[in-house]
Design a protein around this ligand. Structure first.
Ligand SMILES: Nc1ncnc2c1ncn2[C@@H]1O[C@H](COP(=O)(O)OP(=O)(O)OP(=O)(O)O)[C@@H](O)[C@H]1O
Ligand SMILES: [Mg+2]
Length: 248
């Protein structure tokens, strides 16, 4: 198969809360389909937001390309159409790597951090990917003893997660936004390398307007503020994400 030929869509490999993965005729490549579905609170709150799939697909492509160019290995290969991207198939670690620059969300609710408190150096956390258990915060040792990751994988994941922060904080700042926090997922490729997988979109990060500190991310959905897709569009437009046009 030549690199640029269009892959044939195969069966659904998995259907998550916001994306669907399809196998292709190439065993090493998957199609990542971004749906309009939106969920919060581990799936308890749901909605379909027209246009979100397209925005997130384009937003993710922009960020993944930026990271890749700066030397962060990712699963992203190319955009296929509005809602689909071609990615390298990974064996995903069932943990989530979170980096926080400013206290918000569960950190405030759970531990009493004052919302908006600056966290320097950034705070890194690990969560178990398990909706039934509410994606609990875990120690590295838990992940290792559960057989979910090795010490080396956790170390590399944490290192790459911080590198992502160094690259994306200034990118967002130049676009008038604060990168408050974000969640990353990593997986192993067939050559045994840990790559950034899944997505980087306003569904999985917090972005605040630098001046007003208004949310331009999924908190708008969680908090019922409205204008969810419109905010994602504003963030994308400020970054110069291709194919996104909107008036602010
Ligand atoms: N390159 C990849 N190879 C294999 N699986 C991947 C890859 N990139 C992402 N995934 C997985 O695809 C799924 C994406 O779907 P979605 O984000 O909608 O799931 P989700 O409902 O959030 O569920 P989960 O809690 O498993 O993330 C995730 O389980 C993610 O780990
Ligand atoms: Mg997910």
């Amino acid at each position: 198969m030549s690199v640029m030929s269009n892959p044939a869509y195969g069966e659904v490999l998995s259907e998550g809360k916001a994306k669907t993965l399809y196998i292709t005729d190439d065993p090493q490549r998957l199609i990542l389909h971004f749906r309009d579905d939106t969920t919060a609170f581990d799936g308890a709150k749901r909605a379909s937001l027209s246009g979100k799939g397209t925005l997130n697909n384009r937003f993710n492509a922009f960020i993944m390309r930026h990271l890749e160019q700066a030397g962060v290995p990712t699963h992203f290969e190319r955009l296929l159409n509005n809602q689909d991207s071609l990615v390298h198939r990974l064996d995903m670690l069932a943990v989530e790597f979170v980096v926080r620059n400013i206290a918000a969300g569960s950190l405030c609710k759970r531990l009493g951090f004052e919302s908006g408190l600056e966290l320097r150096p950034p705070l890194q956390e690990l969560f178990l990917k398990d909706d039934e258990r509410g994606d609990p915060l875990i120690y590295d040792q838990h992940a290792i003893r559960l057989g979910l990751a090795t010490q080396e994988q956790l170390h590399r994941g944490a290192e790459l997660a911080l590198r992502v922060n160094e690259l994306l904080m200034p990118l967002m700042a130049d676009a008038g936004m604060l990168l408050v926090d974000y969640k990353l997922e990593f997986g192993m490729d067939d050559g045994g390398e840990l790559l950034l997988g899944d997505e980087f979109t306003p569904d999985g990060c917090r972005l605040w307007d630098t001046k007003s500190r208004e949310s331009l991310d999924k908190d708008r959905f969680r908090q019922g503020l409205g204008g969810v897709v419109e905010s994602y569009r504003i963030a994308a437009k400020r970054l110069g994400v291709e194919g996104v046009v909107a008036e602010e």
